[in-house]
Write a protein that binds this ligand. Structure first.
Ligand code: COA
Length: 324
């Protein structure tokens, strides 16, 4: 008998305000057609003035707790993956902790940009499977709109705001592929590649946020290579084939990246979860938002195999295999 962790509840939250491609085309030199053709994005949600990353996350957490039929007293820890914390410190996770009325346990943030949720899930899984904690909230929450230069058409079109959360809980397993819960996670990073996607500032260097620098073509190329590599590594680890995967939930950065991966691994379109057209790239929030979208529709069935796959600045990337 070994300890596993499984997702027992999901929740997500999107800010009310929707910004369409046509809205963007009114202020920058772009078109709806260009954005859809190159990225698959039709619209994105944008936080209202004063609406913070923690506000989105708190709503997502409340929904996840309700879905799991758990109270905050049942939770041992909160991990929030975010690139857009409310403040430089304290961690946004502690702000969320306070708002949820929790003063026991522990809470901290993880920064792995768009891979943040897979990193956070890995760390949370390790707390639970080593017996250090029984139940936790794992969050991906972002207000990427705050980082954007809305005049820069090469990046402003790509991102959106939102939050997703899951309740992760200990469960006994046999240590086999048939166990329910997180079966395996794998993480990678290559700091040599941080130049291709980074912010020019930060509290420890310029004392300000800075602006986003992205070599879109290079990020695109590495995304296909590394996300594909992570899938292959996961399949090989368990001696599985793509046919064994019931649901593929990738980071939502560009529909062409998702489609290229789906084609390479011959994932049928109905197995591939895509929310990019409505949410754009919500960084660490994209996978839990996409997961919640299918969970709330009742699509995921007990026993199905779910593969998460993410890549972000750093570069960081990783995947997780979950038996639902
Ligand atoms: N609207 C209209 N034209 C635009 C534009 C926009 N929003 N942004 C760029 N262009 C123009 C460029 O200036 C360029 O014009 P030129 O040929 O006259 O020089 C042309 O479109 C092609 O630009 P390019 O950057 O080569 O386009 P692309 O096909 O690579 O698509 C991205 C650009 C950003 C959509 C694409 O590279 C991408 O998605 N990369 C990955 C980004 C990503 O996922 N980042 C987050 C990772 S977590």
């Amino acid at each position: 008998m070994i300890k596993r962790s499984r997702i027992v509840g999901c929740g997500s939250y999107l800010p009310e305000k929707v910004v369409t491609n046509d809205d963007l085309a009114r202020t920058i030199d772009t078109t709806h057609e260009w954005i859809v053709t190159r990225t698959g994005i039709h619209q994105r949600h944008v936080a209202a003035e004063g609406e913070k990353t923690s506000d989105l996350a708190i709503n997502a957490c409340r929904r996840a707790l309700a879905h799991a039929e758990k109270k905050i007293e049942d939770i041992d820890f909160i991990i929030c993956a975010t690139t857009t914390p409310d403040q430089t410190f304290p961690a946004t996770a502690t702000t969320i902790q306070a708002a949820l009325g929790m003063s026991h346990g522990f809470a901290f943030d993880i920064q792995a940009v768009c891979s943040g949720f897979v990193y956070a899930l890995t760390v949370a899984n390790n707390f639970i499977t080593t017996g250090q904690a029984r139940r936790g909230l794992v969050i991906g929450a972002e207000t990427m709109s705050r980082l954007l230069d809305w005049e820069d058409r090469s990046t402003a079109i790509l991102f959106g705001d939102g939050a997703g959360a899951v309740v992760l809980e200990a469960i006994d397993g046999n240590g086999t592929l048939e166990d329910q819960g997180i079966l395996h996670t794998l993480l990678h990073s290559d700091g040599q590649l941080n130049e291709i996607l980074h912010m020019t500032g930060g509290p420890g260097s310029t004392k300000c946020v800075g602006s986003m620098v992205m070599n879109g073509r290079e990020v695109f190329r590495h995304a296909i290579e590394k996300l594909g590599g992570a899938i292959e590594e996961m399949l090989t680890h368990f001696n599985l084939t793509e046919d064994n995967i019931d649901w593929f939930i990738p980071h939502q950065a560009n529909e062409r990246i998702i489609d290229a991966l789906a084609k390479r691994f011959t994932f049928a379109p109905e197995k591939v979860v895509k929310t990019i057209s409505q949410h754009a790239n919500t960084s660490a929030a994209s996978i839990p938002l996409a997961l919640d979208a299918v969970v709330q529709k009742g699509c995921l069935k007990k026993g199905e195999l779910v593969l998460l796959d993410a890549l972000g600045g750093g570069l960081t990337w990783g995947s997780a295999l979950i038996r639902w």
